[in-house]
Design a binder for this molecule. Sequence first.
Ligand code: SF4
Length: 360
Amino acid sequence: MVELTTAPNLYVHFPFCRRKCTYCALYSRCGASEAERADYVAALARTVRVLTDRRGNGNPLATIYFGGGSPALCDLRPLFEAIAPNLTSKTEFTVELHPLDVTDANLVMLKAGGVNRISMGVQSLDDATLKAMGRGYASVDAARAFARVRRRFDNAGIDLIVGFPGDPCADYGCLDDWGLTHCSAYSLQLEEGTLLALQERQGKVDVPSDDWTLDRLRTVAATLTSLGLRRYEISNYARPGRECRHNLATWRGEDYIGLGDGASGRLGRFRTRNWWGQAPAGRAQAPEIEEVSEQTDDLERRIFALRMREGLDTGDRPRWWPVLDRGVDERLLMRDGRRYVLTPRGTEVCDAILADLIDA
Ligand code: SF4
């Protein structure tokens, strides 16, 4: 943690949820008491104060991201107070919101705490699918919740999952009214240990084919583009200037501090991982620290670069040129000098391109 005090970005994880969504393998737990959540926030606030003291003045954070889980299940005010000395008017401060957490009281709390960007997990626009996901709201509730968010935050977006079994949604045109500045559209990942994976093994649900999901992802991409959002990473779209700066920073390999149970962080070649496990909620544990090799660190950065619109600069990697030039011939990549950028078709087969690069 000491070494990470100079990192310009901060991620804070809140591992609390109302109930587990059927598809979700993220690190979170349900049923934590109010006292447990308050202790957790108090432990985070103490840690932030220590970090702030070590950072000293004149070293504010460029980005902050509260993810989960559902951060707004906690009273975040003590943490906002601790973070305040690290904020400037230029800090991008994002909080993930579950639609059921969108209350006036929570929105006021977030605004007062310096939050200036909201990411709301909508996941589907179909009521039966939302029910099968275990989300606890209907699509009209999500639309109303987002409208409330937008009245207070001019920078707000949503997450969607594409390819959930039985989701009939083929038209995302209703998003036209939402005023999105950002949208993340992910294809469903069937994760071991989830209820959905069990249901699939038991033959209770049919996960759609990759081709079907790709077709829907193309529909989502076309809709978001028509709404003025630009694809800046395989799964992420934003109005120009509204790209998530925190995610861009981590994808570009910048250092970030990871706080909270389940959070990871990085400083150069060091990776940190927090596991508070069975520790009382109010007692933060020291992170596990791993040093990765120069090659691994370099490869990670390049993998993320290829996923982004800014593309992969290979000026110093001539051995990759034949693989990537083949991709240009197959219209999977566009080339500008020795920088390569995925085409729309290339975004669909990026993993295969990356596998070829790793072998090259
Ligand atoms: S998707 Fe979000 S709300 Fe649902 S269980 Fe996972 S972390 Fe919790």
